[in-house]
Design a protein around this ligand. Structure first.
Ligand SMILES: Cc1ncc(COP(=O)(O)O)c(C=O)c1O
Length: 432
């Protein structure tokens, strides 16, 4: 076994020597922004400028404009002294693939810049990011409080798995801050919510959420997968951790799985350490795809937002539709919060078909010709699903009622196709 391999596999504290960015993303983006201001006398850089250039070196190997995919599971040292220098001086370099790779570094800096955070960690999926954070932060006897509208696998992880390690999860009605406060005690370590939630698209008042966390000295986590940093920037409200399933809008092309956590370098340091042990890291190929997807992030989000709004408005007026859940509609219970906190309202639209049982609802889904039937959201292709069948088929009717999943619910994840085409397609499917 080679010296570097021995060290990676046996001796080193994973993550402790992770090179990390030589300049933090926040500092880097501040530096770019202040340069832009000095030279042009104007405002900070926009989302597209950051998603195209953030985290990238100006001059790259071979003078290429794109980053190379660095296919290396381990990294070599000149001699034994170089290893000792690396250990003793925390030199910025790669060591072993489970602790990071050059493609990851670029993507992490880009995501940190987009979220306006000091530090980001990319995981192999959104679930790996959630699990990574909870496992790094919680000990037996600790408690967490969740708003109840949430991705069903996050709920499953807490109830089925975290509980095995002695961590207690309390679920309270989404947006009910009195219930959340009542569930907090001296063991509470984390308050958790999505915003908007999935699939009801409830937006959380982040000022209240953060105030509650600060009052009780409990950290806060927002899963902002459905919003993305284009529509919502929870760190600016004082949230401690922001999570994204980058599988969705950030990757944007339904061709990869990834997840990210953004926050302060200090708070994320033990999360990175644990990831180095658990190994939920992306391959360099996957990271390259994510980096490439991010280049068009703002343009795609603009179309997702336009499609979501237009389709929600179309559905709201349609006589066969009972109810539409979309935060951009004044009829949505959290429209005012969404207007106050979000830049746009995203591509996900959930609706109920009037007087339809599960079969009639399924018939509408089956008649759609442009949207494809499948789980997930945030890619360029529009996806449609009936939550009863797709994600809650094995749940009892009572549980489905509890989670707010009626039989006549359809979830449409608008892609970037032309708006009128999507509306015409939905219309023919609804009118059958
Ligand atoms: C809101 C939300 N968070 C997290 C996840 C998990 O992400 P991934 O599928 O990348 O593991 C999902 C997946 O659908 C989700 O919708």
């Amino acid at each position: 076994m080679k010296a570097s391999e021995t060290k990676a596999d046996c001796d080193s504290k994973p993550g402790a020597k992770h090179p990390g960015p030589s300049v933090s993303p926040a500092a880097q983006s501040k530096e770019i922004q202040s340069k832009a201001r000095q030279s042009q006398g104007i405002h900070p850089l926009g989302i597209s400028t950051l998603s195209v250039h953030g985290g990238e070196s100006r001059i790259k190997p071979c003078d290429a404009i794109t980053d190379s995919i660095v296919c290396s599971s381990t990294y070599t040292f000149e001699d034994s002294q170089a290893i000792i220098d690396f250990i003793e001086n925390g030199e910025q370099r790669e060591e072993y693939g489970r602790y990071g790779n050059p493609n990851e570094k670029v993507v992490e800096q880009k995501l940190a810049a987009l979220d306006g955070g000091e530090h980001a960690i990319v995981f192999s999926s959104g679930m790996a990011a959630i699990v990574g954070l909870l496992m790094a932060k919680l000990n037996s006897g600790d408690e967490i409080v969740f708003f109840d509208q949430c991705y069903h696998r996050s709920r499953e992880f807490c109830y089925k798995h975290l509980s095995r390690f002695g961590v207690v999860t309390h679920q309270v009605p989404t947006g009910d801050f009195s219930a959340m406060e009542a569930a907090i005690n001296e063991n509470t370590k984390l308050l958790v919510s999505e915003s908007p939630t999935n699939p009801q698209l409830t937006c959380i008042d982040l000022e209240q959420f953060v105030a509650l966390g600060k009052e009780h000295q409990v950290d806060t986590l927002i899963d902002a997968t459905l919003a993305t940093p284009y529509n919502l920037r929870p760190l600016e409200f004082g949230v401690d951790y922001v999570l994204h399933s980058a599988t969705k809008y950030l990757g944007g092309h339904n061709d990869l799985l990834a997840g990210s956590l953004t926050g302060s370098a200090e708070k994320l340091s033990d999360v990175r350490d644990l990831r180095g042990v658990m190994g939920g890291i992306n391959s360099p190929h996957n990271l390259y795809l994510l980096q490439r997807g991010l280049k068009t992030f703002e343009l795609r989000m603009q179309r997702h937002n336009e499609n979501g709004q237009a389709i929600a408005e179309f559905l709201q007026e349609h006589p066969r539709i009972e109810k539409v859940f979309y935060p951009g509609l004044p009829s949505h219970p959290t429209h005012e919060i969404a207007k106050r906190t979000m830049h746009g309202f995203g591509g996900l639209v959930t609706f109920l078909v009037k007087d339809a049982d599960w079969r009639e609802t399924a018939n509408i889904v089956d008649r759609v010709r442009i949207a494809k039937i499948g789980p997930s959201l945030g890619g360029v292709e529009t996806l449609i699903e009936q939550p009863l069948i797709m994600s809650y088929y094995n749940q009892t009717p009572e549980n489905r009622r509890k989670f707010g999943i009626p039989d006549n619910m359809i979830r449409l994840a608008c892609g970037i196709e032309n708006t009128q085409d999507l509306i015409d397609d939905l219309q023919q499917a609804i009118e059958g």
